[in-house]
Write a protein that binds this ligand. Structure first.
Ligand SMILES: *Cc1c(COP(=O)(O)O)cnc(C)c1O
Length: 362
């Protein structure tokens, strides 16, 4: 089955009681038992039918056997690290999502897990022998660097490490890491999968039964589960994932061509697919601030992946938690502007940015 069909049908059947075509919101904390201890469903931290439908749907999109949903993308990231033990070593991309960087360096480093931050898009990157986990984000945020997932999987497996890929930016429409050898796929479903900027969530997907068992146990033991309404909204959003990604991609490509030839743009960063575009504006930080404050269709906000266009300044917004010297080292310039290109009409998007170029001149 093609992904365009899976986004609508995978993991879902008409409701067995009523025939409802859309999976209902099972807004219940507990379930009646036929006999003490005998029940298909017991308690909603452990299982909820709306959540199960979402988990099965997203797992199918990534070509994985198991999906395990969480209350946020970071709760999903957190769960992967909880499978490690003190003394374990993680190799992580050097421009990962700011919140992932903060979780690794401020929460987990003090539990004796060590992290190296390296450029995983470098073909010659080496994975040290004692590594337990390689954490890759590709394309990266906000520099949109691309890593070779198959090669990273080989290098990780050669030292007995697992490869986790945060696939939030690409989505399974453009990239399916499990098919290239990754062990775990991570999503912030808050972004493209939900797609409407109205719900926060996360998921882990794997075809490894043992890992899935660990994730499910942690999901139930730690309890960072999404509620049924959140799962319903995400499931609803996912139905249009294919058509949305097509439009995000077309609109972004049109803007990239235009920005590349714009006099006031120093560089344009674009991985060749998807809806995320970064560019460096000529001029200082103040010019960049004037730019992002001037747009109207591109809303000045963190996050990404919704139907509406968003604009932000990583240095003082999404990546403010990354120390300035680290930002400078990895190339997050003060004038770097990140666009999440929405699905509005491309001519309106262009006109909005053109007005911002004028405003930025001051
Ligand atoms: C947003 C994001 C996260 C964190 O997800 P939340 O849902 O905000 O907790 C992780 N990785 C990437 C690439 C993201 O964009």
């Amino acid at each position: 089955m093609k992904i365009d069909t899976k986004v609508i049908h995978a993991g879902q059947q008409p409701d067995p009681t009523t025939g409802a075509v859309m999976t209902p919101v099972y807004q219940t904390s507990t379930y009646a038992q036929q006999h003490p201890g005998v029940a298909e469903w017991e308690y909603s931290r452990t299982h909820n039918p709306t959540r199960t439908a979402l988990q099965d749907c997203l797992a199918a999109l990534e070509g994985g056997k198991h999906g395990v949903c969480f209350a946020s993308g970071l709760a999903a990231v957190d769960t992967v690290i909880r499978t490690l033990s003190p003394g374990d070593h993680v190799v992580c991309g050097d421009d990962v999502y700011g919140g992932t960087y903060r979780l690794f360096t401020t929460v987990f480093a003090k539990f004796g897990i060590s992290f190296d931050f390296v450029d995983l898009s470098n073909q010659d990157v080496e994975i040290p022998a004692h590594t337990k986990l390689v954490w890759a984000e590709t394309p990266t945020n906000p520099l949109l660097k691309v890593s070779d997932i198959a090669s990273l999987a080989q290098k990780a497996h050669a030292v007995g490490a697992l490869l986790a890929v945060d696939n939030t930016f690409a989505t399974p429409v453009f990239q399916r890491p499990l098919e290239m050898g990754a062990d775990i796929v991570v999503h912030s479903t808050t972004k493209y999968l939900g797609g409407h900027s109205d719900v926060v969530g996360g998921i882990l997907i794997t075809s490894n039964d043992e890992l899935a068992e660990q994730f499910t146990t942690l999901q139930n033991s730690v309890g960072a589960v999404p509620g049924p309404w959140d799962c319903f909204l995400t499931l609803r959003g996912v139905k249009t994932l294919s058509v949305r990604m097509q439009r995000h991609d077309e609109n972004a490509k049109a803007l990239v061509e235009w920005l590349k030839n714009h006099d006031e743009v120093k560089t344009v960063l674009y991985p060749g697919f998807g809806g995320m575009v970064s560019f460096v504006l000529k001029g200082d930080l103040d010019a960049a601030i004037r730019f992002v404050k001037a747009t109207k269709i591109f809303i000045l906000a963190e996050s990404l992946g919704g139907v509406e266009s968003l604009i932000e300044l990583p240095a003082i917004m999404t990546h403010a938690s990354v120390p300035p010297e680290v930002r400078a080292e990895i190339g997050i310039d003060d004038g770097l502007i990140r666009l999440s290109v929405g699905i509005e009409h491309p001519l309106d998007q262009k006109a909005d940015l053109e007005a911002a170029f004028i405003a930025a001149r001051g």
